[in-house]
Design a protein around this ligand. Structure first.
Ligand SMILES: [Zn+2]
Ligand SMILES: [Zn+2]
Length: 379
């Protein structure tokens, strides 16, 4: 007999023995971007764990108004498959569904910014999601992905791995549209054509070759903050210590920003067309100062750095203290979130798998933060 989730008070069968450290998690992903939980599964997991507030903040895609709810009514269905008749699907309001599970759902987005900087991400809440800004953002993400994949195929072909974009779209007899291309399909084509033994070897080859790194165009965070405010929302910088130092900015961006006096210094060796006399480097702190001057509302302090690509040596607790010390008086929100991606479903080692509520903020802070209360009311 499988233990039913309902019998676990404040626990989840998927995270045995785990208790969240925080009841409010302002940074989570779903299958709408690169997470492995559907929105329903994220909400269900959070509810099972006894969370009070959860945010859906997928990469570069607006949060859903409605989500698909799958009810498996065939409780005694044999393992390994359920008949269609045992599964019912319906679309319901996402916030209402979360509320029915005892949760407040905040609908947000995490916008990848700054073409030449890893990883400047801005988490936004409380926007008018129908604003054309988001149509344009989503369209540009798709188009720039297509451009970068086409460029990768061109470079591979030029290096003797003869292939065309049309062959990528043929997808081994399962034709797809341009906007459906994933990088893996290019790796699969390399393998099908015999240039690599399999797709994962092809992936490694591309990953380890500087010549095959094609930058995707990303928006400038200063204009993103401005647009988010125009849409009625708030902007919070995610995982500030994942911004690699020194921060290198392209010449055109630097020229736009010379009036604030924190401009960069000399810089050589900028990639491709980013080289220019005004191109510069700066510290992470100076870079964050620019965002604060642009009106940044919050910054993420509590975050599981040791489970990410963070290359520094500071423990997460020290990072949190430093961010609180530096920015508490300079931004309205000191945020926190797990950056949950349902890693446990992706074969990530348990000690590296991010879990809902392992980072976040307290209920007291959430209830006393005027800006968060404002966006919560607009959820
Ligand atoms: Zn991020
Ligand atoms: Zn994230």
């Amino acid at each position: 007999m499988i233990l039913q989730k309902e019998t676990l008070s404040g626990g989840s069968a998927d995270f045995p023995g785990y208790r969240p450290a925080y009841p409010v998690d302002l940074h989570c992903h779903t299958t709408r971007s690169d997470g492995a939980d559907t929105p329903q599964q994220l909400i269900d997991h959070a509810a099972d764990l006894g969370m009070k507030v959860i945010a859906i903040t997928d990469h570069d895609i607006r949060p859903p108004k409605e989500i698909e709810i799958v009810n498996n009514t065939g409780a005694d269905a044999p393992a390994g498959g359920t008949s269609d008749s045992a599964v019912s699907r319906k679309r319901v309001d996402a916030v209402d569904y979360a509320r029915s599970r005892g949760l407040l759902l905040l609908r947000g987005i995490e916008i990848s910014c700054e073409t030449t900087v890893e990883d400047c991400h801005i988490v936004c809440f409380g926007c008018d999601w129908d604003d054309p800004f988001f149509d344009k953002l989503e369209r540009e993400v798709v188009e720039s992905k297509i451009r970068s994949y086409r460029e990768l195929v061109r470079r591979l072909d030029a290096d003797g791995m003869r292939m065309t974009w049309e062959e990528v779209l043929e997808n081994g007899g399962n034709p797809i549209r341009e906007d459906q291309v994933q990088k893996k399909m290019i790796f699969e084509l390399m393998a099908r054509k015999g240039y690599q033994p399999d797709w994962s070897a092809a992936k490694l080859l591309v990953k380890n070759s500087p010549a095959y790194q094609v930058l995707r165009q990303k928006p400038d965070p200063v204009s993103v903050i401005r647009e988010i405010h125009r849409c009625g929302g708030i902007a919070i910088m995610a995982h500030p210590f994942l911004v690699n130092e020194p921060v290198r900015l392209p010449a055109s961006t630097m020229e736009d920003r010379t009036d604030d006096g924190t401009g960069g210094t000399e810089e050589a060796g900028m990639p491709g067309n980013m080289t220019g006399p005004a191109a510069g480097t700066m510290t992470r702190a100076a870079y964050i100062d620019r965002l604060i001057e642009a009106g940044l509302d919050g910054i993420e302090a509590c975050y599981p750095y040791t489970k990410t690509s963070y290359g520094g040596t500071m423990p997460p607790g020290d990072i949190e203290r430093e961010i609180r010390g530096r920015y508490t008086d300079r931004v309205s929100i000191i945020s926190g979130g797990s950056d949950y991606h349902a890693d446990f479903k992706k074969g990530v080692k348990p000690e590296k798998a991010r879990i809902i509520g392992e980072a976040g903020i307290t209920m007291g802070y959430f209830e006393n933060c005027a800006l968060l209360q404002k966006v919560a009311a607009r959820a």
